[in-house]
Design a protein around this ligand. Structure first.
Ligand code: SAM
Length: 217
């Protein structure tokens, strides 16, 4: 890992932020967080040159760090407020979790793959980001610490897992890509009352599959 944030890196990051803004990301808070966080810290040295391209990249174990546009889009849909208690399903590299913390959230993040969980729970605190890390099947949520203000799923789900809606506060928001293994529609589900969910449908994305009980078997 190269942990130097040079002028060149900062310049590439500014260009990425401009691109995201041209692609329609409007939240100044989200754009600022992306401008602040060195994405190249989350890359293996062989891939460093690609860190500021608007693309997903491999992080090992067959998994990816999401495309910056996707991270920005999901973060914007979540409407993060400082102090929000957020559950993230799919810790991966920890990049999305760090963006949520820069937005002021208190983050609970769960990862299925042991190797990624072990790596990221050591790595993120070394950058000064203190999330609460868990290993397990996030398709069941994380009942022990529920309810959450917001839940973000960063893997493609076949259905909306019931547990995630149950673990949201009334007024809470779930952002989740749902579809088949190749492409998913981004959904924002707002829990209006205990029994009423408002559903908004956004663009198509292509995520790695959500595994587990309420994911792909
Ligand atoms: N948020 C990540 C980041 O910023 O790097 C991107 C994550 S990657 C696109 C999706 C992650 O979801 C993978 O690390 C994968 O192992 C994880 N995953 C898949 N199914 C899961 C499940 N049921 N529970 C928790 N994590 C899961």
């Amino acid at each position: 890992m190269a942990l130097t944030d040079s002028y060149r890196h900062k310049g590439m990051r500014k260009a990425l932020v401009r691109l995201l803004s041209e692609k329609g990301i409007q939240s100044t808070e989200v754009l600022k967080a992306i401008d602040t966080l060195p994405r190249h810290f989350f890359f293996e040295s062989a891939l460093l040159e690609h860190a500021y391209e608007d693309k997903a990249f491999p992080i090992g174990e067959g998994q990816t760090i999401s495309q910056p546009y996707t991270v920005a889009f999901q973060s914007q849909l979540l409407q993060v407020k400082p102090g929000d208690k957020i559950l993230e399903i799919g810790t991966g590299s920890g990049y999305q979790a760090a963006i949520l913390m820069l937005l002021g959230a208190q983050v609970y993040t769960i990862e299925y793959q042991k190797v990624l969980f072990e790596r990221t729970r050591k790595f993120l605190p070394s950058l000064g980001f203190k999330a609460n890390f868990f290993q397990g099947d996030g398709s069941l949520g994380l009942a022990k610490y529920a309810p959450y203000d917001k839940i973000i799923v960063t893997a493609g789900a076949p259905v909306v897992p019931k547990a995630l809606l149950q673990q949201l506060k009334v007024g809470g928001i779930l952002v989740i890509p749902v579809g088949d293994k190749k492409k998913q529609q981004m959904l924002r589900l707002t829990k209006k009352t205990e029994k009423t969910i408002e559903k908004e449908v956004f663009d198509n994305f292509a995520f790695v599959p959500l595994l587990g009980t309420d994911g792909w078997k």
